[in-house]
Design a protein around this ligand. Structure first.
Ligand SMILES: O=C(O)c1ccccc1NCC(=O)[C@H](O)[C@H](O)COP(=O)(O)O
Length: 228
């Protein structure tokens, strides 16, 4: 079993305005995510993201989320935004994860889509390479993005199969369809290192809601008391 934190790490992903970023920081988020994927309603350019990352500096870790990004985009983000983490949310191989980690000198979180226990076997290849895994739901068939779709997967399957299939259990974050009403249940069932939310704190796709962010963090903090 990987080291357990004394507290739940909370990540709010897909922030694109100063006001909602401030709401996440004020609520006590540990990580804030910036999405660099043009098809996403949360997409930001490196130039737009730079002042957001600067605002978060030393208050929370910044995470740059990319999908099958080439080195040119990663270099532009590294130089302009200087994120603490890269989150690779596409079809990156374990070799590419290792390459990004070495080339850009920052920790990498690898998202792995989970639907069945076989997907946990697939995740094993990333466990020794990525600094953290993010278990996310697979996108619905018609989705035009691989994450941030507000859909969940079977948390009980994860809790049951993870220790059987990955030994030691890696440090993982849980995402996919989390919201104010279900985050407590999700944490109690899966006991993750951390959680990650995007759609569940939005009033419309890409529009974060400051009150929902605060309520989500409060609900997650209430859940951590029982889980850790
Ligand atoms: O948010 C996006 O638009 C996005 C686009 C492409 C790849 C990943 C994306 N988001 C990932 C996340 O925000 C989270 O890591 C996670 O999937 C949670 O999403 P949600 O189910 O919406 O809470």
């Amino acid at each position: 079993m990987a080291d357990r934190p004394t507290a739940l790490t909370i990540k709010i992903c897909g922030l694109s305005t100063a006001a909602t970023l401030e709401a996440a920081l004020a609520a006590g988020a540990d990580m804030v995510g910036l999405v660099f994927f043009p098809k996403s309603p949360r997409n930001v350019t490196p130039d737009a993201a730079a002042p957001l990352a600067a605002r978060a500096c030393s208050r929370a870790e910044t995470v740059a989320l990319v999908v099958d990004a080439d080195d040119a985009l990663l270099a532009a983000i590294a130089e302009t935004v200087a994120p603490d983490w890269f989150q690779l949310h596409g079809r990156e191989t374990p070799e590419r994860v290792a390459e990004v980690r070495a080339r850009f000198g920052r920790p990498v979180m690898k998202a792995v889509g989970i639907a069945t226990a076989d997907d946990l076997d697939r995740a094993r290849a990333f466990a020794g390479v990525a600094d953290r895994l993010l278990f996310d739901a697979k996108p619905p068939p018609a989705a035009d993005r691989p994450g941030g779709n507000g859909v969940s997967f079977d948390w009980d399957m994860l809790a049951r199969e993870l220790p059987r299939r990955l030994d030691p259990v890696p440090s993982f974050m849980l995402s996919g369809g989390l919201g104010i009403a279900n985050v407590g249940d999700a944490v109690a069932r899966t006991r993750p290192f951390g959680i990650d939310v995007s759609s569940g704190v939005e009033r419309a796709p890409g529009e974060k809601d400051e009150d929902m962010i605060a309520a989500f963090v409060a609900a997650a903090r209430a859940a951590e008391a029982g889980a850790f």
